[in-house]
Design a protein around this ligand. Structure first.
Ligand code: GLU
Length: 615
């Protein structure tokens, strides 16, 4: 149970945080067969309150299931599945596929992602790794010397897609409906269209130059040669057809069949617009790479923080290990405020850079041990520590803090370019969704095609972009770096879908996009919630800062206004980042009451919905 040291009394919030709902469900066991009502066809009568809601709202409270995504169509897709008796996994796949339609620059069937799933019946947390992989022909030097921006828009950066295999595995293991059924809401949105909002328009405009360099991409996303105007209806009938065929033939169509052949052909020979001067490097992907792809179940990371169990994503993501280590460091400190938040994050990123990647022997257990965290916490003093923070030594033999602790007390661990390497660039966009159902199952799901617009290349006639996930590898040369490319290797991710349990029951689930700032956004929301006394909506809305073992901390203007002077006086320095993250979350308020939360304004605001709204 949660014991003590909260800045806010949570006892009331947590009392009776049962996953069994008073209303409206009576069932307490997840269904083991498909819902009787097919997901295609007319919807069942809407629950009186909350049905037909077309306004995007960032906070929703109620019962019987909840969803939060960046997008109303995607949230509604999930809600539709929940209302028809589907569970959280069914709804999450439906929402993810719909995001592939409405957020095609952040998500899609040719991308990848990570699912953290709480199974209410078994009271267990599972994860599914749907990360893209490098082709067999990729080696440690394949990206060396290539300018980052050139790699982004190339066939070379496209990893073997993971999302479809992940959806199939998730549905088979934990879902109740078929892939075909889960794709129906997305097919409908792709056919009927969605309303172009400012975010979609701006993202298209920001990508217009490179989209114009590919015939297939220009045709789809620059109709008439320009980004679709705000307020217009955007239809993607080719994607609707791709999803329909995927539903009919299953993932085999991608991993061993015709769609795979088209993906490989596009990767190896991108459809460059005649006259374009862009140097587009072809990729190394072959059909055998697609055939070898597997979505993988992995044990989650787990740490205990103030009596709660925090579950996250293990390597190849650094999300679980880095959020977890930082929380452990914070727990070892007598007081936690924004200074401590930044310093703990700095230290955890130093360790992430040195130890975490898709390699054997990541010292995960030690990185997440209290002993290691206590040793690292000794380095946090009154002032910001010198840059860069060196990585620690997670070897199981930990020293107590020297008498005068703080950064000046540790001259024996000097920073070096090798040990204190800056975090390499990662794309700032992807997406995250949370869903929970009437049985108390919970999904936190990060989906990505890496950069906004992926590699910029639409597979001709199929309506979706390819990913550029392989730019998440370290380009090198970087001897000893765990994140160098390799055959069949998965690039290190920062995605951090996170589920927090209290006494074995879900309390909170959250995540965000934002490349390596994902980790700090998740961490900061937890610090806001548990240490700074904010409600979950406040914790998401609060201004953000991100310290990733860089000389300067990036911060939003609101953060600088609130904390800038105080932190600068303690040795921190800042650069402005106009917007960090776009989080989604759900909190279990007790007695079956749910609070779904999205961003009120970042990236145009998100959409929170509940099955039965509280009155
Ligand atoms: N590629 C990033 C990662 O896996 C996520 C995409 C983003 O938000 O930039 O960490």
């Amino acid at each position: 149970m949660i014991a003590h040291r909260f800045a806010v009394p949570l006892a009331g919030v947590l009392a009776g945080s049962s996953v069994l709902l008073a209303s409206p469900a009576t069932a307490v066991t997840p269904p083991v067969t498909s819902p009787a009502v097919p997901l295609a066809g007319p919807p069942p009568p809407a629950t009186p309150a909350g049905g037909g809601q077309r306004e995007k709202v960032p906070v929703a409270e109620g019962y019987g299931g909840a969803v939060s995504t960046v997008d109303l169509d995607a949230s509604e897709a999930a809600l539709k599945v929940l209302r028809r008796g589907g569970n959280a996994v069914d709804a999450a796949v439906a929402a993810a596929a719909t995001l592939g339609v409405t957020e095609p620059y952040s998500a899609g069937l040719a991308g990848g992602g990570f699912i953290v799933y709480y199974d209410a019946r078994r009271e267990r947390v599972h994860t599914i790794d749907g990360r893209e992989t490098a082709p067999r022909a990729m080696t440690a030097t394949s990206l060396e010397g290539i300018p980052f921006e050139e790699a982004v828009t190339s066939g070379l950066s496209a990893g073997v897609p993971g999302s479809v295999a992940q959806w199939e595995l998730a549905l088979r293991r934990f879902g109740t409906i078929s892939l075909k059924q889960a794709l129906q809401p997305a097919i409908q949105v792709a056919r009927e269209g969605f309303t172009v909002d400012q975010t979609f328009h701006d993202q298209t405009a920001a990508n217009a130059a490179r989209f114009a360099d590919f015939t297939s991409t220009a045709k789809l996303f620059l109709p008439g040669g320009a980004p679709p105007p705000v307020g217009s209806t955007f239809r993607n009938p080719e994607l609707a057809e791709t999803y329909r065929l995927l539903g009919r033939y299953g993932g085999r169509w991608l991993y061993r069949g015709g769609l795979g052949t088209e993906i490989v052909a596009t990767v190896k020979n991108p459809p460059v617009t005649p006259g374009s001067t862009r140097n587009v490097r072809p990729g190394l992907m072959e059909m055998r790479d697609l055939a070898a792809y597997r979505a993988l179940e992995r044990p989650p990371t787990k740490i205990t923080y103030r009596g709660m169990d925090v579950y996250g994503m293990a390597p190849p993501s650094s999300g679980g290990s880095t959020v977890g280590e930082a929380l452990n460091i914070l727990e070892a400190l007598p007081d936690v405020g924004v200074h401590e938040y930044l310093e703990a994050s700095r230290l955890a990123f130093a360790d992430r850079g040195k130890y975490v990647g898709d390699v054997p022997g990541v010292p995960l257990r030690e990185l997440l041990s209290d002993g290691f965290a206590k040793e690292r916490a000794c380095l946090i003093g009154e002032r910001a520590m010198p840059h860069p923070a060196p990585p620690g030594n997670p070897d199981g033999a930990y020293e107590p803090c020297p008498a005068a602790s703080g950064p000046s007390a540790s001259p024996d661990s000097p920073a070096s370019p090798e040990t204190g390497a800056e975090t390499p660039p990662e794309g700032p966009e992807t997406t995250h969704l949370v869903v929970t159902d009437r049985w108390g199952n919970v999904v936190a799901y990060n989906i990505t095609i890496e950069s906004t617009g992926g590699n910029g290349i639409v597979v001709p006639g199929r309506g979706f972009l390819l990913n550029n996930e392989l730019t998440d590898f370290t380009f090198g040369p970087a001897p000893g770096d765990p994140n160098l490319p390799g055959p069949g290797k998965r690039p290190r991710s920062s995605m951090a879908p996170t589920i927090v349990l209290d006494d074995g029951r879900p309390l909170l689930a959250l995540g965000s996009p934002g490349g390596s700032t994902i980790i700090t956004t998740v961490l900061q929301i937890l610090v806001n919630r548990w240490e700074l006394g904010m409600s979950l909506p406040e914790a998401l809305a609060a201004p953000r800062a991100t310290q990733r073992n860089t000389a300067q901390t990036q911060a939003e203007q609101g953060f600088l206004d609130r904390y800038g002077a105080e932190l600068t006086a303690r040795g921190h320095s800042f650069t402005l980042n106009p917007e960090i993250g776009a989080a989604t979350a759900v909190e279990f308020l007790g007695r079956g009451r749910l609070q779904a939360v999205a961003e009120p304004s970042r990236r145009g605001g998100g959409s929170a919905l509940v099955v039965v709204p509280a009155r």
